[in-house]
Design a protein around this ligand. Structure first.
Ligand SMILES: [Zn+2]
Length: 460
């Protein structure tokens, strides 16, 4: 397989020329490379590494995982690949009748049967779980990223400080990474109770119950706890000015080498007005915030304090989002977004001139691959790396983001009204031409990416 005459954003720099892929791996970069296999003409096109979306929520088997969603790994990966994402990490957790290790094994089989991207897993922990035993069991199966909720006390998902510290220690022992949702779940539960005691269930009262300062508090507390056991942390959604300012302080201090920050396009593109207008449909954990917070997340991103951007894909229907009596009872999660992850960053960042194409690639592929232990096979166009490449025409048409043009099972998108020229014309995964002219044409399943060691990564 050859991709010829494109503007190739490779790890070593951007150049005009060809990418040669043999046996699923990139074997050469340069000009006028020859190969007997098929060719994709990328004249007047950008050639980028496939995006890596490390934060995707799906149902595992028949289990809803955290809260009901309408896609499993096969469906979410089918949507992801249409937006140029060739690797996703989905969440798994153990259940009363099915151990974490069993769920991981079942999901590996399911993905190797029907996933359309390569895939890895993040293990989600909950109170009362055998933290140490499950970390070791998951690590033996190649899962090296472990999620702790400091929020969601009301839903029974919050780890208290002792459990958090135990998880950090267990994960540090296997040289893994702790993924942290840092909002203070006890304080938000109290604020929620105060709002509801007064009979308040309007979007405004929901927003008041999860202020940004509680995200900053969780980040600070988790970072200090992590010092005790030298655990590596990744805060998975930066949403507020208070926490963005705290991150600047933390990254200038002694913990800088052990902590990193991820955010999502919705914290760069949407404000709490969406929640006021659309009520429970706009509910996301952590909640969308004010314009000033969006500006702070952008400042952090442009200053290189955000490692990468993920989707927090949580595919639901309008009926599911609106199924509860009020916004407090509606499902949390992000929004359906894995397909538009890179197209959104392209539109919001690259097309507006805020970021360059190489920074776009770091934010949507390289840095996530490094943090999640998938580099150097994933996340960059480099000799020896996996042959995961997307082709985006320079004069691609501006495409509006609407539910009827996306490929997931959600019947709504909060990104409606936004548009992008960053949807791929061609997607190559492991040297196979899986998307041609915007149509999925291949049925070889993706591969499970068991991880053995982590790469600390570098800033954006
Ligand atoms: Zn999430």
């Amino acid at each position: 397989m050859r991709i010829t005459s494109g503007t190739v954003v490779a790890e070593g720099g951007t150049f005009r020329g060809d990418v040669l892929i043999e046996d699923g791996r990139i074997t050469a970069l340069g000009e006028s490379l020859s190969s007997p296999g098929p060719t994709i003409d990328a004249t007047d096109c950008w050639v980028l590494p496939g995006a890596v979306d490390p934060h995707v929520h799906v149902a595992v088997g028949d289990d809803p995982n955290m809260e009901p969603v309408v896609e499993g790994l096969p469906e979410a990966s089918a949507a992801a690949v249409m937006g140029g994402t060739t690797t996703i990490c989905t969440y798994v957790r153990g259940f009363a009748d099915r151990s974490l290790a069993q769920v991981i094994s079942d999901e590996i089989a399911r993905g190797e049967d029907a996933a359309r991207t390569d895939f890895a897993f993040n293990a989600l922990f909950h109170p009362g779980q055998d933290l140490e035993g499950d970390v070791r069991a998951a690590a033996r199966l190649g899962v090296m990223t472990f999620k702790a909720m400091m929020a969601y006390h009301v839903r029974g998902l919050m780890l208290d400080d002792a459990e958090l510290l135990r998880l950090m220690r267990a994960v540090a022992d296997v040289d893994g990474l702790v993924l942290v949702h840092p909002e203070n779940g006890v304080a938000t539960a109290y604020l929620e109770e105060v709002e509801r005691r007064g009979g308040e269930v309007a979007p405004e009262s929901y927003l008041r119950s999860s202020p940004g300062v509680l995200e900053a508090e969780g980040m600070y507390r988790a970072t200090m706890l992590s010092r005790l056991v030298e655990a590596r942390l990744l805060f998975v959604h930066l949403s507020a000015r208070e926490s963005a300012e705290l991150v600047a302080w933390l990254l200038a201090g002694p913990d800088a080498a052990r902590i990193a920050v991820e955010t999502q396009p919705h914290y760069l593109a949407l404000t709490d007005d969406v929640v006021r207008r659309r009520d429970a449909v706009g509910k996301i954990g952590p909640p969308l915030k004010e314009e000033d917070d969006v500006a702070a997340v952008w400042e952090a991103l442009l200053a290189g304090r955000i490692s990468h951007v993920s989707s927090d894909h949580s595919p639901r229907t309008l009926a599911m989002k609106l199924g509860g009596p009020d916004i407090f009872h509606a499902p949390y999660g992000g929004i359906s977004g894995t397909e538009v992850l890179r197209p959104l960053l392209w539109g919001l960042g690259f097309e507006t001139g805020r970021i360059g194409v190489e920074q776009l690639v770091r934010l949507t592929a390289t840095n996530a691959a490094r943090r999640y232990g998938l580099y150097p096979h994933k996340g960059a166009i480099r000799v020896g790396g996996d042959g995961d490449v997307v082709v985006i025409p320079r004069d691609a048409e501006l495409r509006e983001i609407r539910p009827d043009v996306l490929h997931g099972r959600s019947d709504y998108t909060l990104y409606e009204g936004l548009s992008s020229r960053g949807f791929p014309r061609d997607v190559v995964r492991a040297g196979r031409h899986v998307v041609a002219d915007g149509v999925y044409v291949d049925h070889a399943p993706g591969r499970y990416l068991g991880r053995v060691e982590q790469d600390g990564g570098s800033g954006a």
